[in-house]
Design a binder for this molecule. Structure first.
Ligand code: HEM
Length: 538
C-alpha cells in the first residue's frame, strides 16, 4: 500500500480499503467507526432488555441475514482455480485473436462444476461436468463455457428449461438424483431421442470423472475463427488433460460420496497447494467454412454431434496451467459470471440454435443471481483490458463516472471522449451471408439422425467400458417406477446397438426389442475410449 492510501493511523483508505478488507489493526463498523465490543448487545442493564438503538447489533445481524445469494440455476456446485494460458502460436494462421499469437501469456480463471446438484451436493455423482474458462486477454474477456462431454441433450435452447426441469429434483419431494427424479429424466431423454448421445456419454465412465484434473473439456458448439486477412474457419474447441483421461468406477464413486462428498474440490485445491499444477492442452479441430457448414456429412450446427478425431485431428494451440487457489470462494468461484457471448476479435459464433439461446440466458440469469447489471465490476469478472463503455448507474454501481451523459457524437463539455471504429482493433461480427429464408419454428432435416453418433461411441468402447455402461443403464433405469419408460429406453438402446440393449434388458428382466431404424454403418473412433485415448502428445 502506498503512503497516499494509508490513513495517519496506518489503516488503508479508499479503493485499497475494499481490496484489503478485514485486514486492519482495529475493529470498526461498516462506516469505519471503531468498536470497543462486538460480543455483547447494548442492554438496559446486564440482565435487562436489548435496546433497539444498538445500531451495531442491527448492522451486524442485517448483513449476516443477507449473506447468501441465489445459487446458479444449473451448475450450482463448482470449484475454481486461477492460472495462466500460454499460446503456442499454432492457431495464428486461422485466428487474429491476440491471446492465440505466438507465446502470449494470458491470466485465466477456471470453474469446474456438476450440472444438476445444488451447491451443497456431492462431487462424485453421475452427471455432466462444466469446464468454464475466463481468459483475461489484452483485447477483453474471452469465455469458453464448455463441458466435459462434447455433445448436448438438446438441439435448440428453447428446450433447455424442459430438460433441466426433468433432471432437477422432483417438485414434491425435492429428492435429487433419486427415485422420483429418475422417471422425469428418463421420460425426457427417451421421448427426445436427440438426447441419446449425451445420455450414453453420461452412462459411460465419463459421467464419473476421477478428478477435475483428468477430465477433457469441450466447447461443444462449432465456433468460427477469423484471421487477419478476414478468412474464416469453423472450429471445435478441446481441452486435453496432461494427466490423461481417468474416471472412477461406480462402486468407488458411491463410497467416496459417503466418505468425502468434497472429493473433487479437495483434490483440485490440494494438488495446486502441493505445486502439482494441473495442465490441459488447448486444441482445435478445424473445418472449412463452407456454406452448408457440414464436414464429412456431419452437420456442424447440430450440438448432438462430434467430429471424430480420426477425421479431423485435434491440433494443440496452447497450454493451460492452474497454479493458484482462490483466496475467497464467494468472491471468486461463486461470483464469477461466464458468458458465451464474451468474445474477442478473431473468434465468432455460428448459427447453432443451442448457442443462440445461451447468448441470451447467461446474461439474463446473472442479473438476478448477482443482483443487478453491474456484475462485470466485481473483481473476478473485471476485464484486464481497459473498459470505456457507455453504461451508467444501476444497482451496485461502483464506478464514479465523470463528464456529460454518455452519448455519441457529443459536442458538450469535452464530449464523450473515446472513439469507436474498426481500425482500433475492434470486435467486428463476421459478415456471414444469411440465406434468404422464411420464418419457421422447425429444425433442419439434418438434425434427425439421433442414433449413428451414439452407435459410434458404443462401438469405440473397450469391453470393461461397455460393461460399465450396461451396468449404469441397468442401475439408473432400475430406479424408474414406470415400466413404460424402461421399455422406451430399451427401444432407444436397440436403435444404438443390440448388444447394449440386450445387456440392459437382461439386467432389468425385460425383453430386448428389435431396432426400429436400420443400424448405422459407422466406424469406431479410438479417441473416444479412455483406454484407447492417445493424449498427451509428449
Ligand atoms: C451455467 C455449460 C447449455 C443456461 C453453465 C455453466 C457451464 C455451462 C459450464 C457453469 C458456468 C460457471 O461455472 O459459472 C453449458 C454447455 C451447454 C449449455 C456446454 C451446451 C453446449 C445451456 C443452455 C442454456 C444454459 C442451452 C439456456 C438456454 C445456463 C445458465 C447457467 C449455466 C442459466 C447459470 C449461469 C450463471 O448463473 O452464471 N452452463 N451450458 N446452458 N448455463 Fe449452460
Amino acid at each position: 500500500t502506498g503512503p497516499d492510501t494509508v490513513s495517519p493511523t496506518g489503516q488503508p483508505t479508499g479503493a485499497d480499503q475494499a481490496r484489503m478488507a478485514q485486514s486492519g489493526s482495529y475493529l470498526t463498523n461498516a462506516q469505519g467507526t471503531r468498536l470497543y465490543d462486538t460480543d455483547h448487545s447494548l442492554k438496559a442493564g446486564p440482565r435487562g432488555p436489548v435496546l433497539l438503538q444498538d445500531h451495531h447489533l442491527r448492522e451486524k445481524v442485517m448483513h449476516f441475514d443477507h449473506e447468501r445469494i441465489p445459487e446458479r440455476v444449473v451448475h450450482a456446485r463448482g470449484a475454481g482455480a486461477h492460472g495462466v494460458f500460454r499460446s503456442y502460436g499454432t492457431a495464428a494462421n486461422v485466428t487474429k485473436a491476440a491471446f492465440l499469437a505466438e507465446d502470449v501469456e494470458t491470466p485465466v480463471f477456471v470453474r469446474f462444476s456438476t450440472v444438476l446438484g445444488s451447491r451443497g451436493s456431492s462431487d462424485t455423482v453421475r452427471d455432466t461436468r462444466g469446464f468454464a474458462t475466463k481468459f483475461y486477454t489484452s483485447e477483453g474477456v474471452f469465455d469458453l463455457v464448455g463441458n466435459n462431454i462434447p455433445v448436448f441433450f438438446i438441439q435448440d435452447a428453447i428446450k433447455f428449461p424442459d430438460v433441466i426441469h426433468a433432471g432437477k429434483p422432483h417438485p414434491d419431494r425435492e429428492i435429487p438424483q433419486a427415485q422420483s427424479a429418475h422417471d422425469t429424466f428418463w421420460d425426457f431423454v427417451t421421448l427426445h431421442t436427440e438426447a441419446a448421445h449425451h445420455t450414453l456419454w453420461n452412462m459411460s465412465d465419463r459421467g464419473i470423472p476421477r478428478s477435475y484434473r483428468t477430465m477433457e473439456g469441450f466447447g461443444v458448439h462449432t465456433f468460427r475463427l477469423v484471421n487477419a486477412a478476414g478468412e474464416t474457419t469453423l472450429v471445435k474447441f478441446h481441452w486435453k488433460p496432461k494427466l490423461g483421461v481417468h474416471s472412477l468406477v461406480w462402486e468407488e464413486a458411491q463410497i467416496i460420496n459417503g466418505v468425502d462428498p468434497d472429493f473433487h474440490r479437495r483434490d483440485l485445491a490440494d494438488a495446486i497447494e502441493a505445486g502439482a499444477y494441473p495442465q490441459w492442452e488447448f486444441g482445435i479441430q478445424t473445418f472449412p467454412d463452407t456454406p452448408d457448414q457440414t464436414f464429412e456429412g456431419i452437420d456442424l450446427l447440430d450440438p448432438t454431434n462430434i467430429v471424430p478425431e480420426e477425421l479431423a485431428p485435434v491440433q494443440p494451440i496452447g497450454l493451460l496451467t492452474l497454479n493458484r487457489n482462490p483466496s475467497n470462494f464467494f468472491a471468486e468461484t461463486e461470483q464469477v459470471a461466464f458468458h458465451v457471448g464474451h468474445l474477442v476479435p478473431g473468434i465468432d459464433i455460428t448459427d447453432d440454435p443451442l448457442l443462440a439461446g445461451r447468448l441470451f440466458s447467461y446474461l439474463d440469469t446473472q442479473i438476478t443471481r448477482l443482483a443487478g447489471p453491474n456484475f462485470a465490476q466485481i473483481p473476478i469478472n473485471r476485464p484486464h483490458a481497459p473498459v470505456n463503455d457507455m453504461l451508467r448507474d444501476g444497482f451496485h454501481q461502483t464506478a464514479v463516472h465523470r463528464g456529460t451523459a454518455p452519448y455519441r457524437p457529443n459536442s458538450l463539455d469535452g464530449g464523450c471522449p473515446f472513439t469507436a471504429g474498426a481500425d482500433l482493433g475492434a470486435y467486428i461480427e463476421t459478415p456471414v451471408r444469411v440465406p434468404e429464408a422464411t420464418k419457421v419454428r422447425e429444425a433442419p432435416e439434418s438434425f434427425n439422425d439421433h442414433f449413428s453418433q451414439p452407435r459410434r461411441f458404443w462401438l469405440s468402447m473397450s469391453p470393461p467400458e461397455r460393461e460399465h455402461i450396461i451396468g449404469a443403464y441397468t442401475f439408473e433405469l432400475g430406479k424408474c417406477y414406470e415400466v413404460a419408460i424402461r421399455e422406451r429406453a430399451l427401444q432407444v438402446l436397440a436403435n444404438i446397438d443390440p448388444e447394449l440393449c440386450a445387456g440392459v434388458a437382461a439386467g432389468l428382466g425385460l425383453p430386448a426389442p428389435e431396432p426400429t431404424v436400420p443400424l448405422a454403418d459407422v466406424q469406431p473412433s479410438p479417441a473416444l475410449s479412455q483406454v484407447g485415448h492417445t493424449w498427451p502428445t509428449d
